[in-house]
Design a protein around this ligand. Sequence first.
Ligand code: C2E
Ligand code: CA
Ligand code: CA
Ligand code: CA
Length: 276
Amino acid sequence: VKARHGNGLCFFDPQMQTAISNRAQLETDLKSALRNAEFLLYYQPQFAYDGSMVGAEALLRWQHPERGLVPPAAFIAAAEESDLIVLIGNWVLRTACVQLAQWQQDPRCEKLQLSVNVSARQFRHAGFVDQVLSEVARLGARAHLLTLELTESLVLDNVEETVARMLQLRTRGIRFSVDDFGTGYSSLAYLTRLPLHQLKIDQSFVRNLGTRPTDEVIVQTIIGMAHNLELEVIAEGVETEEQRALLRHYGCSFYQGYLLGQPMPITDLLALLPPP
Ligand code: C2E
Ligand code: CA
Ligand code: CA
Ligand code: CA
């Protein structure tokens, strides 16, 4: 590894070397995490306007034997640099489908929908559509209760191919949400071309509701746009009553955030449901 210097000479940078060997180590560790079943899903509840739970977002955690519970920020980016993200993403999909199939056996949660994050590399991978459809079919999960969250940059990257893939899944009932909505270069033109069900307002806008007027305009605009396009709209990162009240005032239909529930193990999520 070389760092460029002003005179054109290259010097060895020991710090870079450490970062890269750590990355190699991380990849090795992630592979063994898959083998040793160290991944698990946390579930963050999502609520309707009236306060009833409508579903959850599956959020990946790594139960590391020494480091404890590791959040995805510490390893997803590294996994995305290789097809490791495909292996991990497949594990997430499979586990989510197992969960959905289980929910369907229980009248308290048979209508809960489950959102799963899909990274760009995973979505573009040749086997993705088949992978999703076969897991859903094999495990007997109801496809219309599965929402795949795609980021704005992913859907914009190659709209043609994205739409084709989405349609293959959409015709089988699978739903799509645009995650972190508002942070990219969204245009109405592309929104209308995508077979979407939901926009998810990025938490960076929700955070400043009530304090930064420009973000209020953005949130109002996104909600209005969603309604006009007949899409659901969900706000993430709802942390205060004031934010929830403003979102409700603007007509937001669904809510997710620490105010209403942190990401939690499945048993804790189910304990939040009203008794049958
Ligand atoms: P995201 O999809 O935007 O998920 C929302 C993140 O915000 C989650 O962090 C969640 O715990 C956090 N959050 C929820 N409510 C609040 C709130 O009220 N306030 C604040 N400040 N934060 C809140 P988490 O679980 O650490 O996940 C981080 C990111 O990692 C996710 O962002 C997603 O991009 C990625 N990720 C998580 N699970 C998966 C997965 O299974 N596959 C892939 N490809 N990415 C994943
Ligand atoms: Ca998400
Ligand atoms: Ca998000
Ligand atoms: Ca995010």
